[in-house]
Design a protein around this ligand. Structure first.
Ligand SMILES: Nc1nc2c(c(=O)[nH]1)N[C@H]1C(S)=C(S)[C@@H](COP(=O)(O)OP(=O)(O)OC[C@H]3O[C@@H](n4cnc5c(=O)[nH]c(N)nc54)[C@H](O)[C@@H]3O)O[C@H]1N2
Ligand SMILES: Nc1nc2c(c(=O)[nH]1)N[C@H]1C(S)=C(S)[C@@H](COP(=O)(O)OP(=O)(O)OC[C@H]3O[C@@H](n4cnc5c(=O)[nH]c(N)nc54)[C@H](O)[C@@H]3O)O[C@H]1N2
Ligand code: SF4
Ligand SMILES: [Mo]
Length: 651
């Protein structure tokens, strides 16, 4: 038996330290490392089972070339040399004929290591290809909204919650996506600190909370403004803090807050006046209130306004000024690492950018030059991008040369000309910094790759060599590149936190919390996507035993998550004559899909909850993003998954 301390590379804010116990080079057991203060000795229910992912019978073993029509999934094995030679020959002739912008290549977030993601993108940057404006399917709206209020800097340290006097989980399903913060919150609650959960879904945390507010989707800015109204009315604002550390509050106080009376706030949010009053009183009484803000509230047309308004609340009570208080969306912006060394080793200063959520549109319409080659690593946009029908139509183009690098034959890979078998993170090494905590660490490879699988890092270096790129990073070892990213700082690889024990600082140009975004004041308005044609609004939330489609290859977790489903309130089900356990058709002007129905008081009437994004093969038919449009949020050009209205009937 051997034990290797490494890092979980899944797209998850916790970024745990793991202990991988191996027997003859094979993983026997995975557990959380108790030496990491936040991981605190346990891994989540998904990753405990990651040996099943590594040894899944569905793993791709060799490179493949397409032998049937695109999308059919017919492939034949080829060698790595043949695969790389074919790819490079194609790209070289495209560059000669149409220029490098006829190619788009990227690695996305399923491997969180700085090099396994960064160097693939660095390779395409150096080639001068079109560039992906990434993150728009995930956090770009939230990030733009936070930055406009607080600036590009991390929020409150999650480890500080043990010092808070009120904890608010606002649009964050902690048991699904941030289970180690939940463990910290439990420590605070043991001392009598109250937990408020604000979520349209009655999550496990909502059921366990002291106060649960079942808010209407996309109305969070109204609730935050309603709370500010009461704080002002009752003299619960911290005027000294507002004067010293914020800009623009007087315009909000005079021009916006008078409209957000408790009655109006209740009408917009679907809460009762008593619920609004009670929450405002709790928030106003607290000195060190901690708000964990999730991305969910940013996934509608005015998602940016929603998130930034919530992020302004701790400025009104001065909670931002106190360690243990404030708000946390993400921490990544606080790591001042030399990212450019890996992501931009060389290449033109500018190149065409393609918005990630519009990839389907770009494949169908981009001109001057059209996209003729696509390389995708660690992303399954045929399922996870909005408007997946358009995405697939783009992938189906016969004159597009597509390469997909993935451990599994995904719905996206089925459209590829060449599929490359990817190593899973336990078969790779990397340098990591978390986006939900303040820890950095180095994770060695725990086991050798299965079959002929190779890491993103290895593929980037191999392709760079064949394309004749000479930047040093394409020939350096990973520990040496890590040193480069750390600007030579001493680092032994063990988890280390860069958090400071102090209140929030602001990185806006003024150095203050900005209540106004330019001329725009925080406010609330109805979603123009709600035309009244269809009555049910989509709530899309993380699966408990799945993370997007990344665990599809694990049969145990597939079973734990159950068949892809939709959840309706009993009133909505009864009004449509639907019963629990039946197959239903979900449809709108974008398309139609089939899922299993569950009838539960987990959501309010008017909401249809579809947990996760699951591949077609697991569902009755299709996948949820076939019903979502590829429109932009108000800030950060992000995805509006929840500005989706639909109707249901029996299958
Ligand atoms: N198990 C699991 N873990 C994951 C993932 C996963 O799919 N499964 N995904 C990973 C990734 S890539 C990411 S980006 C993070 C995302 O992690 P989060 O940011 O926590 O997740 P969200 O998908 O934004 O949804 C969080 C919660 O927001 C609620 N919500 C939705 N709309 C609204 C609203 O309008 N107002 C309010 N108040 N609440 C709302 C949802 O019901 C849900 O409970 O999680 C990561 N971790
Ligand atoms: N309806 C709806 N859609 C959503 C969301 C939502 O809330 N609602 N959330 C959005 C969010 S937050 C995100 S981040 C996106 C996520 O969207 P995707 O990035 O498409 O997420 P996954 O399905 O996890 O796909 C990751 C792929 O990477 C592969 N992979 C894993 N490890 C590696 C590796 O080391 N190397 C390589 N080459 N491949 C690897 C996995 O097998 C998997 O096929 O989905 C978005 N889509
Ligand atoms: S909680 Fe997140 S970081 Fe920790 S083991 Fe699970 S997926 Fe990995
Ligand atoms: Mo994400």
């Amino acid at each position: 038996m051997q034990t290797i301390r490494t890092v979980c590379a899944h797209d998850c804010p916790d970024m745990c330290s793991l202990l991988v116990h191996t027997d003859n080079g094979r993983i026997a057991k995975i557990e959380g490392d108790s030496n990491h203060p936040l991981t605190a000795g346990f891994a989540c229910g998904k990753v405990n089972r990651d040996a099943d992912l590594v040894y899944s019978p569905d793993r791709l073993k060799t490179p493949l070339k397409r032998t049937g029509p695109k999308g059919s999934g017919q492939f034949a094995p080829i060698s790595w040399d043949e695969a790389l030679d074919t790819i490079v020959a194609h790209w070289k002739s495209l560059i000669a004929e149409h220029g490098p912008e006829s190619i788009l290549g990227y690695a996305y977030s399923a491997h969180q290591g700085q090099m396994n993601r960064g160097l693939v993108n660095g390779f395409f940057h150096a080639l001068g290809t079109s560039r992906l404006l990434g993150g728009t399917v995930c956090d770009s709206c939230a990030e733009a909204a936070w930055d406009s209020a607080v600036g590009p800097i991390g929020g409150a340290d999650p480890e500080a919650v043990t010092e808070s006097d009120l904890i608010v989980s606002w649009s964050s399903d902690l048991h699904a996506t941030n289970v180690h913060l939940w463990a910290k919150i439990e420590q605070a609650r043991a001392k009598g600190v109250k937990l408020v959960v604000i979520d349209p879904r009655r999550t496990r945390a909502a059921r366990a909370a002291d106060v649960y507010l079942p808010i209407r989707i996309g109305t969070d800015s109204a609730l935050a403004l309603g709370v500010m109204h009461i704080l002002v009315r009752d003299g619960l604002t911290d005027e000294a803090y507002i004067a010293a550390h914020t800009n623009g509050f007087e315009r909000v106080r005079a021009g916006v807050l008078p409209r957000f009376t408790p009655a109006k706030t209740a009408e917009i949010t679907g809460l009762t006046e008593a619920q609004v009053e009670n929450f405002a009183a709790m928030y106003g009484a607290a000195r060190k209130s901690f708000i964990r803000i999730g991305f969910g509230l940013s996934r509608t047309t005015f998602g940016g306004n929603n998130l930034r308004t919530v992020a302004l609340l701790p400025g009104v009570t001065g909670a931002y000024g106190r360690y243990g208080g404030g708000a946390l969306v993400a921490t990544a912006a606080s790591f001042d690492l030399n990212y450019a060394a890996v992501r931009k080793p060389s290449g033109p200063a500018t190149a065409r950018t393609i918005n990630h959520l519009k990839l389907g549109e770009a494949l169908l319409t981009a001109n001057d030059p059209p996209l003729r080659a696509l390389f995708i690593a660690a992303n399954n946009p045929a399922v996870t991008n909005p408007d997946t029908a358009k995405m697939r139509a783009g992938l189906a183009r016969d004159d597009l040369f597509t390469v997909v690098h993935d451990p599994f034959m995904t719905d996206t890979a089925r459209y590829a000309d060449i599929v490359l078998p990817a190593a899973t993170y336990l078969e790779t090494e990397d340098f990591y910094r978390s986006y939900g905590t303040y820890y950095m660490q180095y994770g060695p490879r725990a086991v050798e790759p299965q079959g002929e699988a190779r890491s993103n890092f290895q593929v980037a270096q191999a392709l760079a060599k064949r394309m004749g790129l000479t930047d040093a990073v394409f020939a350096m070892s990973q520990p040496d590149i890590a040193k480069l990213m750390l600007n030579g700082a001493d680092f032994d690889g063990a988890p280390v936190s860069i958090a400071k024990r102090e209140g929030q600082t602001f990185r806006t140009p003024s150095g203050r919390l900005e209540f106004a975004d330019g001329d725009t004041l925080p406010d609330w308005q109805p979603d123009p996507a709600d035309t009244g044609r269809h009555k049910l609004q989509l709530l899309t939330a993380p699966g408990y035993f799945q993370s997007h489609t990344a665990f599809t290859g694990n049969g145990f977790l597939r079973q734990r998550e159950g068949a892809p489903c939709a959840i309706l309130h009993p009133e909505d089900a009864a009004a449509r004559g639907l019963t629990d356990g039946q197959k239903i058709r979900l449809f709108n002007d974008q398309g139609e899909i089939g899922l299993m129905l569950h009838v539960r008081e987990e959501v309010q009437p008017g909401v249809i909850l579809v947990p996760g994004q699951r591949p077609d093969a697991e569902a009755v038919s299709g996948t949820i993003n076939m019903l979502c449009a590829d429109t932009y949020t108000d800030m950060g050009a992000g995805a509006t998954y929840q500005s989706t209205w639909l109707e249901v009937r029996p299958w």
